[in-house]
Design a protein around this ligand. Structure first.
Ligand code: NAD
Ligand code: LMR
Length: 243
């Protein structure tokens, strides 16, 4: 079963939860970890839109588990401490949509771009979830690491909302980066935090600044292209569910 297969089970649950949030706490920051994240975030967005409660700066898909895996797997090769080996992972949260930008990590030189070792590392980051599913052999998917990723992301957001500056982490949000190609949501490095309204009113929004991909290698660009194709389909599927 892929994350996309989970769509049928989770789509209506996510839609109903989003509708309940819209009714009861329309200003909440909504962190979506339900799979398939690439489609469930668009479902939440459309559901909120229907009740005029959609604020794209308060809706986040959690892709932190990919970041955690990338740091852990790269540090295993580079001999570094995973906590000190940040890796920016962009795109979405399933298979080819998970694009680790290893060239931007300080430990990234441990693996030559395009080499067999690099390909194996990228594959492990993209399909780390499947490794867990296979290891659990019918008993579900990642649980503790998911909880760790959720806690890590939530803490970052809470710290940013309290006013701490410079908190930047990948998250799947409404993004201008590939919007012209019909891809409304994309995960890239996002600065979280508060923003100020034009009349200086404090706005505890969440998404403060969306960073672009920066300098990426030709090999990484080759990962981005199929990611965009797949993301477009996943997002469309989510939108189509909420008519
Ligand atoms: N984004 C990620 O990194 C990531 C990682 C792992 C798992 N996941 C996803 O997280 C989700 C939960 O995984 P899990 O292992 O905790 O599953 P689980 O089956 O252990 O828990 C699901 C929970 O949802 C509750 N539930 C079911 N229907 C509901 C409804 N209609 N309204 C409210 N609650 C309802 C169940 O009672 C249960 O407590 C899955 O979609 C899984 O694919 C995401
Ligand atoms: O792989 C899954 O379905 C669960 C989760 O998204 C993960 O990345 O482990």
């Amino acid at each position: 079963m892929t994350r996309d297969d989970l769509f049928n089970t989770n789509a209506s649950i996510v839609r109903d939860l989003a509708a309940a949030i819209a009714r009861n706490t329309p200003k909440a920051h909504i962190l979506v970890i339900f799979n398939p994240v690439n489609s469930t975030v668009p479902i939440v967005a459309r559901t909120l839109e229907k009740t005029d409660t959609y604020n794209p700066t308060r809706l986040f898909g959690i892709t932190t588990l990919d970041v955690v895996r990338a740091s852990r797997f790269l540090s295993g090769i580079a001999g570094t401490d995973p906590a000190q080996t940040p890796v920016i992972v962009v795109g979405g949260h399933s298979g080819v949509t998970i694009v680790p930008l290893l060239s931007q990590s300080s430990a990234g030189t441990a693996v030559e771009q395009g080499s067999e070792a690099w390909k194996a590392l990228v594959h492990r980051i993209q399909y780390g979830g499947d490794e867990v599913v296979q290891a659990k052999d019918g008993a579900g998917s990642a649980t503790l690491s998911m909880a760790y990723a959720a806690a890590k992301y939530t803490n970052l957001l809470l710290r940013a909302l309290k006013g701490e500056a410079g908190i930047i982490t990948p998250t799947f949000v409404k993004s201008p980066l590939f919007a012209s190609q019909g891809i409304e949501f994309f995960s890239s490095a996002v600065e979280l935090g508060v923003s100020f309204h034009f009349n200086s009113h404090f706005r505890p929004n969440g998404v403060k600044k969306i960073h672009d991909l920066g300098n990426i290698t030709a090999q990484e660009q080759e990962l981005v292209n199929p990611a965009l194709t797949e993301l477009k389909k996943n997002i469309k599927k989510g939108f189509a569910f909420v008519q």
